[in-house]
Design a protein around this ligand. Structure first.
Ligand SMILES: [Zn+2]
Length: 309
């Protein structure tokens, strides 16, 4: 049974950063956002975190051979059809209650389970990390037969998330042809509520969920990683965290299949909180997001009146 650490949370909450640091731990293999593997890698042959095209990456080739006898044997149309049927935010209440076509849920989850098991075997890792983020996929994976699912719920101040969604970011894996999606602050505030609530529901259904605040994680990355390693059932030696330096981490090459451009970073990764929103998110938008997200911001311990910097 593959032990999977699933990084969940709304996009721009810091999941890629958490994944990159987890990926440096021995016995951990970080896979990126596996939810995008089917389209962006198998069909579109985008770049792996190692810089190679998907078909040129030895790691992923071995995973595909082991999981499916080669990626060509994956019926991507079927994966997408199943995703449309089961992996939708609106289905979460029914997924949580088990009131879905469970054969379809299991068939879809099984595609992921095969990737996880193969990646664990090829890498020799005890734990694989999937940073797909989507709450609906976490609810689907709960029903997989052979996945030991543990969810790391990454939360960031909704106003920082909203500001980040208003910025333009290119996607280097497509050689600059596309940009990442943008959302208005009102839209991202609603998404923030929905996705964070969904992870709370997952925990109430008995899935091990460990909540991590982005801001806290960056205040003491060492303590945070020790905590997460323990949650993943790993025992660390002090030297295992030597890649953490003062104010930055030294990263090796990874094989993230898809996700935030940070997945391409090799070498020095600054470990700094991005608090740009405190100065740059316009006051009206800050009030809007603060009002829409107030109950959960409060529950997570975020001050509603942010100091002006
Ligand atoms: Zn690679």
């Amino acid at each position: 049974m593959a032990r999977v650490l699933y990084l969940g949370g709304l996009g721009r909450s810091g999941t890629t950063l958490v994944e990159r640091l987890l990926g440096e731990l021995p016995s951990v293999c970080a896979l990126g956002e596996v939810v995008h593997l089917w389209q962006r890698d198998i069909l579109d042959n985008e770049r792996c975190g190692c810089g190679s095209r998907f078909t040129g990456c030895t790691f992923w080739k071995r995973v595909g051979d082991k999981a499916f006898g080669g990626w060509a044997n994956v019926d991507v149309q079927r994966v997408h059809a199943l995703r449309d049927l089961v992996e939708r935010t609106r289905h979460i209440p029914r997924l949580a209650a088990g009131h879905m076509a469970m054969d379809q849920v299991k068939e879809y989850a099984n595609f992921y389970a095969k990737v996880y098991a193969a990646a664990a075997e090829v890498s020799g890792a005890k734990v694989v990390v999937d940073s797909s983020k989507h709450s609906a996929l976490a609810h689907v994976l709960r029903w997989a037969d052979d996945v030991d699912l543990r969810v790391v719920h990454v939360v960031r101040d909704a106003r920082g998330v909203a500001y980040s969604w208003t910025k333009t970011i290119a996607r280097p894996e497509t050689d600059g042809e596309e940009e990442m999606t943008r959302y208005s602050p009102g839209r991202s505030a609603l998404l923030w509520n929905a996705h964070n609530a969904a992870f709370g529901l997952l925990a109430r259904r008995g899935v091990p969920v460990r909540r991590v605040r982005y801001e806290e994680f960056l205040t003491d990355p060492r303590a945070a990683l020790i905590h997460l390693a323990e949650f993943a059932g790993l025992t660390l030696q002090p030297a295992d965290l030597d890649f953490l330096k003062t104010g930055h981490a030294d990263l090796r090459v990874g094989h993230s299949a898809a996700g935030n451009p940070m997945r391409f970073t090799v070498g020095r990764l600054p470990l700094r909180r991005d608090d740009a929103w405190v100065n740059k998110l316009p006051p009206a938008q800050r009030r809007l997001v603060g009002a829409v997200c107030a109950p959960m911001l409060r529950a997570y311990g975020y001050p509603l009146q942010q100091k002006e910097a």
